[in-house]
Design a protein around this ligand. Sequence first.
Ligand code: ADP
Ligand code: MG
Length: 458
Amino acid sequence: MKNSLLWKLFFIIAVGTVVFFWLIDLVASHTEESMSYIDQDYRAELQAYAKEAERILYKEGESALSKWVKEIEEKENTWIAISRPKIQNLADTQLSDAYLSTFGLGRSLEWKIHLYFVHNPTMEIRFEDGITHFLIQLPQRMRPGANLFIIDLLLQIALPFLILCLITYILYRYMMKPLKKLEKATRRFSEGDFNVRASEVLTQRKDELTRLSSTFDHMADRISTLIIDQRQLLADLSHELRTPLTRLNIAVDCVEQDLDSQDALERLRYESSNMQGLIDDALTLAWFNTESPKLALEKLDITTLLQVIVDDAQYEFPHHIITLLQPDHVIVINSAHQALSAALENIIRNGLFHTPEGKTLTIELKQENHNLLIDIKDQGCGVPSEYLEDIFKPFFRIKQSNHNNDRSVSSKKSGYGLGLALAMRQITALGGSIHSENIDNNPVTGLLVSIHLPYDPV
Ligand SMILES: Nc1ncnc2c1ncn2[C@@H]1O[C@H](COP(=O)(O)OP(=O)(O)O)[C@@H](O)[C@H]1O
Ligand SMILES: [Mg+2]
């Protein structure tokens, strides 16, 4: 899979080019070879000349032969000779009979003709007597390879050009087809079709372009989630703002008409600070969603942090028992004070809010190898199991009437459902995780929220 496009291109270009040149060379030499022999009809004509010369020599004599030769020479614009070579052996040496039987003054009609020679070769046909040689310089019209120039042009330029055009086109299609599909998917995505994914259209491939498509899909996943979340956040926020705004308007009316002004002013103050909190939380949430921020990390003692939060909470919920179990010191170097304390405060307040007065909320800090575990157990009503994950979604609240009938739970107002959503993002930004479960499932005896944080002992 890794670099497979490289290997495919290597195969097509390097191996393909070598095979391509080898094939062109093979075809060229084969074509040239097949063009290098005298045509069968011309061979027959030359044979016929030799036969005729032989007949004239024996039937009509040399002067008739000389006349005939002159005619043919003129007709074919060449020269002809009828010769009987006399070989003089020196120093009492002899030529072998085998050599003499094949010895010739010219080329045999069956032999290959070299196409690039300037002068036409001399062809030889032997008379029946075996010693008379009929020699003729090959007439121009019989010379093979007449189309050599055109064939060379075709084989060396036109054919390679066409084949290279074809290979380029195939390569182009091979590379461009998936890119075009990707471009189409990108266009559809930019037009608002957030469901489009590139891996659906590039199913057959397994190479670098598949990696590109999965990167696109990853981006599409992230952007579509982001846009959908932001839309939802905006819709929820405007919905949530409606009620306090109506109450604000009523309060303003009361002030204008001088009805219960003091009470109305109190209400105005309360609603506007409530709205301020809601908008702050919603903006922080939007910031976490879009930026996926890495928080500025700092060194802190978590035990001190927890003690401060517990003291504040105890002050706010004086009739609850809060038990804090923790070692003397747990110093972390890679945490963020603000995010961690905001998350812990939210979870602890939730626990206290859902726990009846007089009951206990237990916070336990444990250290396990490279993890810190913070368990926050309350003695409230827990969360219906189907909602255990939903409570971390923005604006998710469980209706109080179905959820908790116990009148002794805190009379403080519940929030807008942003607390746990923010806590989860804050803990995630610190590299940790958070999850919730009901304690002793049936009957539920409270909710346990567990936070895992990475921990490098100092
Ligand atoms: N300790 C808990 N016990 C029971 N229910 C809880 C607890 N903590 C959270 N919940 C439920 O989860 C919902 C979401 O919590 P949260 O995000 O903090 O929103 P909020 O506190 O603003 O309502 C709450 O509305 C509540 O129904
Ligand atoms: Mg809350």
